[in-house]
Design a protein around this ligand. Structure first.
Ligand SMILES: NC(=O)c1ccc[n+]([C@@H]2O[C@H](COP(=O)([O-])OP(=O)(O)OC[C@H]3O[C@@H](n4cnc5c(N)ncnc54)[C@H](OP(=O)(O)O)[C@@H]3O)[C@@H](O)[C@H]2O)c1
Length: 334
């Protein structure tokens, strides 16, 4: 069976397909035939060497596939069940701890661009009903983060307003969840074409963050005094404007560092005089993912897949992600 691996020193030209012996499930494990994965910025950093991993690591945190074997003592899954991975193998429920976050698929342990692997029976959830493997593979990182930011940390209520930034997989999933929950959605993008697509998906107003550097103030006005929830994807490159865009007593989930935003400045008096609740989040727990799947089953939400690549095209898929042309998720299927 084949797997794609990251070879030292990293870089898209050093992704290598290797042949390995087919694994057998031990007690408490399931053997999964993986069929799809999706691209996240985290996977890109692993692939290019921005997040150091051991030589030969199988990248990709998201996987969807079919159970083809169960180890001793596994009673909650059977052969033929369709499952998807978790971002953190150990985080079942409750608030985060170091122990819950130490096993990261595709980084500290092997990920899912592999034909088969054995994983703990506890470390997968059901796929949503009627989903293809590719659709399910879009969920464990990007959509679960959007779900947590809005529903768990934001406690989003019908009638609330939400700002999503850019048109990557996390932000598009957030737009869909927010609309399904009866929220007003505002969005930013750098592309007039993508702005039209955002409006077609229900965004009330879209601001071009490249043409309007004070987009936070613009959203403040358009929303009539600020939004209840901001999912910030740029950190140092966006947080100042995210604080501008937020309502008094609003919530901001800090999620990413796009646009070279590892560090940056914010205006602290704005943060505290607006009584903003700012929280950093890294994906979420199995319980959160299961709740997200329940909501998807009820609402019939389907992810937006921009482009699909084959198993041996991971480097091409990352180059496409680098180009920033995508709207929603990029997947690989085999
Ligand atoms: N903390 C977590 O657990 C977690 C989980 C998932 C994702 N993330 C992070 O969240 C961010 C988005 O993830 P993703 O998977 O949706 O990524 P993605 O698919 O790669 O999103 C890229 C899109 O973001 C937009 N963008 C780029 N620079 C921007 C900027 N300065 N301001 C606003 N938008 C900008 C662009 O949209 P336009 O083309 O429309 O301009 C670009 O197409 C990434 O930083 C990722 O690492 C974090």
């Amino acid at each position: 069976m084949k797997s794609v691996t990251v070879q030292k020193p990293g870089g898209l030209d050093n992704l290598a397909i290797v042949e390995k012996e087919a694994p057998k499930p031990k007690a408490g494990e399931i053997l999964v035939q993986w069929h799809a994965t999706s691209l996240n910025f985290h996977d890109y950093l692993v692939a290019v060497g921005g997040i150091p991993v051991s030589n030969g690591r199988i990248p990709m945190s998201d996987g969807a596939g079919e159970i083809i074997g169960v180890g001793e003592g596994v009673y909650n899954w059977k052969v033929g069940d369709k499952v998807m991975s978790l971002f953190f193998q150990n985080w079942m429920d409750g608030r985060p701890t170091l122990h819950k976050m130490v096993l990261v698929n595709g980084e500290t342990i092997d990920g899912f661009i592999t034909e088969q692997s054995c994983v703990p029976a506890t470390s997968v959830t059901k796929m949503p009903k009627g989903y293809t493997y590719a659709e399910a593979a879009t969920l464990p990182c990007a959509a679960a983060t959007a779900w947590r930011g809005l529903m768990v940390e934001g406690n989003l209520q019908a009638g609330d307003s939400v700002l999503v930034q850019g048109t990557g997989g996390m932000s598009i999933a957030a737009l869909q969840f927010a609309k399904a929950a009866g929220a007003r959605v505002f969005a930013t993008t750098s592309s007039p074409e993508k702005a039209e697509r955002l409006k077609a998906m229900g965004a009330e107003a879209v601001v071009n963050y490249k043409e309007d550097p004070k987009w936070g103030k613009t959203i403040l006005g358009l929303s009539g005094g600020g939004v209840d929830h901001v999912l910030d994807v740029g950190g140092g490159s966006t947080m100042k404007q995210s604080i501008e865009a937020a309502k008094i007593d609003g919530h901001i989930s800090s999620i990413g560092i796009l646009g070279n935003g590892r560090k940056g400045e914010i205006t602290f008096p704005k943060l505290f005089f607006k009584h903003i609740r700012l929280i950093g989040i890294a994906v979420g727990s199995k319980a959160m993912q299961e709740n997200m799947v329940k909501a998807i089953n009820i609402n019939g939400i389907k992810p937006i897949i921009d482009k699909s690549f084959a198993f041996d095209q991971l480097a091409d898929a990352f180059r496409y992600q680098e180009s920033g042309q995508h709207f929603g998720k990029i997947v690989l299927e085999w």
